[in-house]
Ligand binder design. Structure first.
Ligand code: NDP
Length: 678
């Protein structure tokens, strides 16, 4: 019995009616599901997302959206088994599912944590410090990020039906953008089952997630300047989407992640017998065989020093011979089939193109031993290793992505040549470098970095904890220049900001401080009636200020501090030596003495709601303080951030002045203050 794939449109499941297309199993070709999006009103979907989903999401703070992501992650985590079972028909093994299903859920968790930790409990983000724009200090500017008012359309590749969907969904929802997701036809049934689970959970507000099973029809015609289009797949489709009239005319934000001829480079020092050589062999074989090589990050080009080529080829062939190809549901199978027979045909064609410039040294695209499967009905293909002896003159090995368990070994003579060969890929998602030699690592990293979104330097020191060449991580950028699409995904909050507009807002310090909820110099700083340390977190207002009385710093203070702390640096203790220093007029007070006395001036000593001093940021000593000079302090509530129901973090702007009202030190003081008991 095949599954009929309903789409989720305007908060309802809609069954496909006409022109159904069969989706065959990768293992034996039986029809797993049937799909069609004919008859769906894509304009209505966009309208629904913009008018129902968008407002619902934007009504929530970042922290509330982050909580939705965490709840979703927990919900899906408890319902993974049915997804594993379905994914077998796409060819996925247990190891592949760990990347796709568990990896996708992990990405939700990661964005939930980042949203709570790194974003404010607000609906907009202030990016970077306030810019001073005038001499008098009464005209300033700040950058704010606000959620776009449109929809995020996600068009995904077949290879990661869960991770591909979730890694785009999490940052979009966190940004406040509703999502219309369209998985690739071949593996839609896995995505659909996951989306069904998400909808059943009832966690997401109405209109925030819609699913198209089948062709996206005229969806792109409805996109405008407030929308974002994210794509993963082939270069050809990406070109079509980028050049779509509505996308180019309306400057729809377009993020593409596409073909990538990722490289692994064995360093000249990493000879047979070194840990780096072993790591190289293991990593290359893993990358060739995970997801049967159908991975945007898989290693396609293997660069080895000419002197090590024989050893590298031998070791790779030996290791590849241990890979068991077969039915992914069986124990002992390392690699499942490709996603379908059409895909296998495409891979065979690509191998034939590459083979015009290279020889096959391991495997046969037409033949393979299959455990529990039949190569005539299932899309099985064993690993195929090629060798290209003249990579400088070659074209296909650097440009043809055979999206299967296929890679080509090529020799290089020196590091400059290795760099230029890697660059012939015209931009990739990731490259790995295997070396323990400082100079080789430096030359390779600086040479290939401009052509990559990510570079992994794998050696004996990090191998044990390394997440490997092929794993995009939520905290690190995923994407690459040129052929790889020229975009970035993930990278922590960077992906969230794709769904937001950055705006420079200019105005008076009062206006900008009110907007950013952060006090800046020039904004009102009312002196509070009671000491702010005596008031709980909720009673403190941004701008509340305390001015201290003045205290004179004597030579005895400096000497006492020096003996007490052991800091007898000459600038504090030796008049002649201090005078010879261009920064000091003579002996001066320690910076830390100034800080300590400042605390002594502004602290209110009695027990109260202030719980702890948790650190200083942006500390600068701006002018020396000489013996006999006075200091006093202005302390202003700069920013507040509620951390828990019991306490919140307060950032204070602390400025220390001398008797001439010149600033001698400035810093942010961070404290934790108790919240009001309700
Ligand atoms: P495609 O580019 O064919 O498809 C990717 C997605 O785009 C699918 O969801 C597909 O839908 C959709 N799509 C196709 N045509 C259009 C269109 N005209 N308008 C809107 N959407 C469209 O890539 P595949 O996933 O089929 O993979 C093909 C090749 O792409 C692979 O062999 C590989 O070379 C490369 N690839 C690269 C990846 C990377 O990240 N570097 C990842 C995956 C693939 P539908 O399936 O319904 O046609």
């Amino acid at each position: 019995m095949s599954i009929l794939l309903d789409s989720y449109v305007k908060d309802r499941w809609i069954a496909p009616s006409t022109r159904l297309v069969d989706i065959p199993s990768a293992i034996d070709g039986h029809t797993v599901a049937r799909i069609s999006s004919l008859g769906l009103d894509f304009g209505e979907m966009v309208h629904h997302a913009r008018t129902v989903g968008g407002p619902a999401l934007r009504a929530l703070t970042f922290h509330q959206r982050a909580d939705l992501l965490r709840a979703l992650a927990e919900y899906l985590n408890a319902r993974k088994e049915p997804l594993y079972a379905l994914a077998a028909d796409t060819g996925a093994t247990k190891r592949d599912n760990a990347i796709d299903i568990d990896g996708g859920i992990g990405t939700l968790f990661a964005y939930a944590s980042r949203g709570r930790r790194e974003l404010p409990s607000e609906r907009f983000v202030v990016e970077g410090p306030t810019e001073s724009l005038s001499k008098g200090g009464n005209f300033v500017g700040a950058h704010v990020l606000t959620a776009l008012r449109g929809v995020a359309v996600h068009i995904n590749a077949f290879n990661f039906p869960c991770w591909g969907t979730l890694e785009k969904l999490a940052p979009a929802l966190l940004a406040g953008l509703p999502v219309i997701t369209k998985p690739a036809t071949q593996t839609t049934y896995v995505t659909q089952a996951m989306v069904r689970s998400i909808i059943e959970s009832g966690i997401l507000p109405p209109g925030t997630l819609q699913l198209i099973c089948g062709s996206p029809g005229d969806l792109l015609d409805h996109l405008g300047g407030q929308d974002v289009l994210s794509f993963t797949g082939s270069l050809e489709t990406s070109e079509k989407l980028r050049n779509h009239p509505a996308v180019s005319r309306n400057a729809v934000r377009f993020i593409a992640e596409r073909d990538s001829l990722n490289a692994a480079v064995l360093g000249p020092d990493a000879a047979f017998g070194t840990p780096e050589f072993d790591l190289f062999v293991k990593e290359v074989v893993r990358e060739m065989t995970v997801k049967a090589g159908q991975k945007c990050t898989a290693i396609r080009r293997i660069l080895v020093p000419r002197a090590l080529e024989g050893a590298a080829l031998d070791a790779l062939q030996t290791q590849l011979s241990t890979v068991t190809l077969g039915d992914p549901r069986l124990d002992g199978v390392h690699m499942g089939p490709l996603v379908g027979l059409t895909q296998r045909d495409a891979v065979r064609k690509r191998i034939a193109e590459i083979a015009r410039e290279a020889e096959v040294v391991y495997g046969d695209p037409e033949k393979a031993d299959v455990l529990g499967g039949d190569i005539r009905v299932g899309a099985f293909m064993g690993p195929v290793l090629l060798r290209c002896g003249r990579p400088r003159e070659a074209r296909h090995v650097h440009a043809t992505e055979a999206f299967g368990p296929v890679a080509t070994v090529m020799p290089y003579d020196d590091l400059d040549e290795a760099v230029s060969l890697v660059a012939k890929g015209e931009g990739s998602l990731v490259a790995s470098v295997f070396t323990y030699d400082e100079a080789s690592a430096d030359a390779l990293i600086s040479g290939i970095a401009p052509f990559h979104g990510r570079v992994l330097v794998l050696d004996r020191d990090c191998a044990k904890e390394s997440t490997g060449h092929g794993s995009p991580l939520p905290g690190l950028v995923h994407g690459g220049p040129g052929r790889a699409g020229g975009s970035e995904e993930l990278g922590g909050l960077r992906a969230v900001y794709h769904g937001m507009q950055r705006t420079a807002v200019q105005g008076s310090p009062r206006r900008i401080a009110a907007l950013t909820r952060a006090w800046i110099k020039g904004a009102p700083a009312p002196v509070s009636m009671s000491h702010p340390f005596t008031r709980d977190y909720d009673a403190l207002a941004v701008g509340d200020t305390v001015w201290t009385h003045a205290r004179t710093i004597t030579l005895e203070d400096i000497e006492h501090f020096a003996q007490f702390t052991g800091d007898t640096f000459y600038a504090h203790m030796d008049e002649e030596a201090a005078k010879a220093n261009p920064f000091f007029p003579g002996r001066v007070a320690h910076g830390y003495l100034v800080l300590s006395f400042a605390a002594g001036l502004f602290v209110d000593p009695a027990p109260g709601p202030l719980l702890a001093n948790i650190g200083l940021d942006n500390l600068r000593f701006l002018k020396p303080v000489c013996p006999g000079e006075e200091i006093r302090v202005r302390l202003t509530v700069k920013q507040k951030q509620a951390r828990k129901s019991e306490y919140g973090e307060v950032r204070w702007d602390a400025e220390v002045f001398n008797q001439q009202d010149e600033t001698v030190a400035r810093y942010d003081l961070l404290t934790m203050s108790a919240r009001r008991r309700t």
